[in-house]
Design a protein around this ligand. Structure first.
Ligand SMILES: O=C(O)CCC(=O)C(=O)O
Ligand SMILES: [Fe+2]
Length: 359
């Protein structure tokens, strides 16, 4: 049974693999002082940016789910969730019960951390052999801070800036409540007992990732995060109220997610796509950059224990819906993802039967 680094230390966040950069972390520091100095390595061709697919008008169609109704088992809200996961793989949740004040405290604490000198921040730098800590992506225009929050026994305190500890703790506790409730609703929609999906996780793991995007003078050529799908169960994202940047692949378009103040953005990850035998979509998404405004996103990922088995649920398979994915363990799947390129979502395609022969 394959678990990565004992089952809990595996990568959090996107499928970014940490690559060594001789200039880390000074490129980003230079960029903040002088956003007109974009290094060549960040520049993408027009084709890579797929600018012609950009259709901002579609953004208002993203479903909005009332969490209060959903957790009371409201049928209409459940059907909305079903539609959102089938059609978009994305939705926003309102009425989630988290205090706006707490959300603001997380934003303020992270902003304070961002303002620290590089000398202070690199105390938390992600070592080359680790997947937690502070760093910056080697091909995209962003800094990140990545932490494993739950189970608490796997935390690595050396990567937790002291300014952030209490707020991340309180925030993550709320996200756990909201996230597990969303997973319970998905469980019902997938024909399981309410706790069926959580049980399949064995022990739910939760990571916290901050992405910080400095202003960029050539946003049409530089991405904040390259297209990918999340190799997780779900991701829950808090974003800035006044600047958008996340875009999702919808049919042949890149659709921006317009922030709704106080709402949380949720997306279906690969684990749900696999368990649902493709009924629910782990949609490709990316982050674009902004010429004038910096942007920060706060992403919480929920995912299974490394030895949890993931494969299409038996009752999701029939003559019309043949089995699409190979049975595996979460740890094995993640290892496969980490060995695969970030661009697009080849890792989930590779789990399709006949395409992934295993390792
Ligand atoms: O920050 C964003 O807009 C999206 C980032 C993302 O998708 C991720 O880090 O997994
Ligand atoms: Fe993502």
């Amino acid at each position: 049974m394959s678990t990565l680094n004992g089952g809990a230390d595996h990568v959090l966040g996107t499928t970014h693999k940490k690559e060594e950069s001789p200039t880390f972390p000074y490129i980003q520091e230079t960029a903040r002082k002088n956003p007109f100095n974009v290094p060549e390595s960040y520049v993408r061709t027009e084709e890579q940016m797929e600018k012609h697919l950009y259709t901002p008008h579609l953004s208002s169609h993203l479903p909005i789910i009332d969490f209060g109704l959903l957790s009371n088992g409201n049928k209409e809200e459940l059907l909305k969730l079903d539609f959102a996961c089938k059609e978009w793989g994305y939705f926003q949740i309102v009425n989630h019960g988290m205090q706006i004040d707490l959300m603001q405290r997380v934003k303020d604490a992270v902003a304070e951390f961002s303002e620290l000198s590089i000398k202070e921040k690199i105390k938390y730098a992600m070592p080359p052999d680790d997947m937690q800590g502070y760093g910056h992506t080697s091909v995209d225009w962003s800094d990140y801070l990545v932490l494993l929050v739950y189970p608490t026994r796997f935390r690595k305190p050396q990567f937790w800036p002291k300014e952030l500890k209490d707020t991340i703790d309180a925030y993550s506790n709320e996200i756990k409540r909201i996230g597990e409730e969303v997973i319970n609703s998905l469980s019902l929609l997938l024909g399981l007992e309410e706790h069926g999906l959580l049980d399949l996780h064995r022990e739910v793991h939760q990571g916290f990732r901050v992405n910080y995007y400095p202003p960029c003078n050539t946003p049409e050529k530089v991405l904040g995060v390259s297209p990918h799908s999340d190799p997780r169960t779900i991701a829950i994202v808090m974003q800035d109220d006044d600047v958008s940047g996340t875009e999702i692949r919808y049919k042949r378009n890149w659709v921006p997610i317009t922030p709704i103040p106080g709402a949380l953005v949720v997306n279906v990850g690969d684990v749900i796509e696999i368990l649902s035998n493709g009924k629910y979509k782990s949609v490709e998404h990316r982050a674009i950059t902004n010429k004038n405004k910096k942007r920060t996103t706060f992403i919480s990922y929920l995912f299974p224990q490394g030895d949890a088995e993931i494969g299409a649920l038996d009752h999701m398979i029939d003559d019309q819906n043949p089995k699409m994915y190979k049975d595996t363990t979460y740890g094995e799947y993640l290892r496969h993802v980490l060995n695969t390129k970030l661009e697009g979502k080849p890792h989930i395609n590779a789990t399709k039967i006949n395409e992934w022969i295993g390792e």
